[in-house]
Design a protein around this ligand. Structure first.
Ligand SMILES: Cc1cc2nc3c(=O)[nH]c(=O)nc-3n(C[C@H](O)[C@H](O)[C@H](O)COP(=O)(O)OP(=O)(O)OC[C@H]3O[C@@H](n4cnc5c(N)ncnc54)[C@H](O)[C@@H]3O)c2cc1C
Length: 425
């Protein structure tokens, strides 16, 4: 491979804080809110011009695992008060535009200094300790320093840059779950279950004389038309297989393919009798990424932990969501999709990377196997992990200790005192 040499240069230190949060998705907003509420000077960097990550930029809905409490419960209350929350069948959906405003107001009230259009490009390191991040933005390359950095990028960007051990994809072939480009569909009632729609779509394609194959099997909860309060329905249907979420060329191809599938699907929806008014309004501005790097921590959660309903003295979040694996190669026959599990807990050790200090991770990039990840990746659980590491980081700053020295048993109790309810046990 051809390379060039980039000369070293002095960088302006634009920020000095107690806690830096990289990424403002469900995990990152939970982390920043908790850290700031606990008194830490907190800065959050987000590459997009909005908070919410997959919730807003990728139009992902519903909000699963919202029931556990503290900041997740508060978010739900605020959404409800703003008219952006609605109970459906057995789940709840939210208006993504309302959520953008609620998140900005809530973080601003808590004193979080959040900065959009800023990439965390690399960690600042002092040997094995992360002491900040190097940012890239329209203002150029700058440095931000903090006692503790929280990697909530979903992709484990900061952790990987710091040399943390990472896993990627399923163990058999390294493939990650497919991406989905969500889209808005007008002119339909919404809330249609995939089991009814799958055959209807196939008949519609046949009626159109199309030999295009639907990009999913019936097992994968697609196509799912999800009713959203005061907003067009959002559709979970496109599937892009065998792409690389860490490669911009591959991501570009996936986005183009996602839009192509959205157009084809919308035409098929229109061809279902009674659905002539169905209209593609908009594709999401970000690709829906289910799975990327998983940062190896002091503990790694596995499918057996979920199946036995594992509990841990240092638990920081719990989850009862199914193992929702969309087959990485499109062949559902070989995946433990919807394997039965019991409500289980996630220990703090999954959020503390092995071999790197000054760093915590939260959200879909924590330490676990491909199978376990397929359950705990849902947004309510990701935000719960975020609030836990935010609390842990603030505690570490107060005590001048490393994140790995935070007492996990204390953390569990402290979360309970703030209203978090553990489901397992
Ligand atoms: C198609 C699809 C459907 C899903 N359906 C559901 C569902 O119905 N219900 C549910 O609860 N969950 C669902 N999920 C899972 C859920 O959306 C994700 O697992 C969850 O959003 C992960 O949260 P996170 O905060 O870890 O990451 P993300 O939501 O990905 O947020 C990461 C944030 O970090 C930012 N970022 C990334 N890198 C950098 C960087 N280097 N510098 C600065 N910022 C950065 C991103 O812009 C983003 O805002 C779905 C996921 C997909 C893809």
């Amino acid at each position: 491979m051809r390379t060039i040499h980039e000369p070293a240069r002095e960088l302006e230190v634009e920020v000095e804080a107690d806690v830096i949060v990289a990424g403002g998705g469900p995990a990152g907003v939970g982390a920043a809110l908790a850290a700031a509420r606990e008194g830490a000077r907190t800065v959050l960097f987000e590459r997009f011009g909005m908070l919410g990550g997959m919730w807003t930029a990728a139009l992902v809905n519903p909000l699963f695992q919202q029931q556990n409490g503290w900041l997740v419960a508060e978010l739900v209350q605020r959404l409800e008060a703003a008219g952006g929350w609605q109970k459906q069948d057995w789940f709840w959906t939210f208006n993504p535009e309302v959520l953008k405003g609620v998140l900005e107001e809530t973080l601003a009230e808590a004193g979080v200094d959040f900065r959009y259009f800023t990439w965390c490009a690399a960690p600042v390191m002092d040997e094995h300790r992360v002491t900040g991040v190097i940012t890239e933005s329209k203002a150029g390359r700058r440095a931000a320093l903090a006692s503790i950095v929280i990697d909530a990028t979903g992709d484990g960007d900061v952790a990987a840059g710091a040399g943390a051990e990472v896993a990627f994809g399923r163990s058999s072939d390294g493939l990650v779950q497919p991406a989905t480009l969500m889209f808005q569909l007008d002119g339909v009632e919404g809330n249609h279950h995939p089991r009814d729609l799958y055959p209807a779509l196939q008949e519609a394609l046949a009626a159109l004389g199309s030999d295009w194959q639907l990009p999913f099997g019936q097992v994968n909860y697609a196509p799912w038309i999800i009713a959203v309060p005061n907003h067009p329905a959002v559709v979970q249907a496109t599937h892009i297989y065998e792409y690389n979420p860490l490669d911009p060329k591959s991501l570009t191809g996936a986005m183009v393919e996602g839009r192509r599938q959205a157009r084809k699907l919308s035409r098929a929806f229109q061809a279902i009798p009674g659905w002539e008014q169905a209209r593609l309004v908009n594709t999401a501005s970000a690709l829906g990424i289910r799975e990327s790097r998983r940062v190896r921590g002091l503990y790694s959660l596995c499918l057996e932990d979920l199946q036995r309903g594992a509990t841990f003295p240092d638990a920081v979040a719990s989850c009862s969501f199914c193992v929702d694996i969309h087959a990485p190669d499109g062949n559902s026959a070989n995946t433990p999709h919807h394997a039965p599990i019991k409500p289980y807990e996630i220990p703090y050790r999954c959020l503390v990377p092995k071999g790197v200090d000054g760093l915590l991770v939260c959200g879909r990039c924590i330490s676990g196997t491909h199978e376990a990840h397929a359950s705990y990746r849902v947004t309510g659980t990701c935000m719960a992990m975020g609030q836990a590491v935010g609390l842990a980081a603030a505690n570490a700053v107060q005590q001048t200790i490393a994140p790995r020295e935070v007492d996990g048993v204390w953390l569990r109790r402290a979360l309970g005192e703030r209203g978090y309810t553990f489901l397992a046990g």
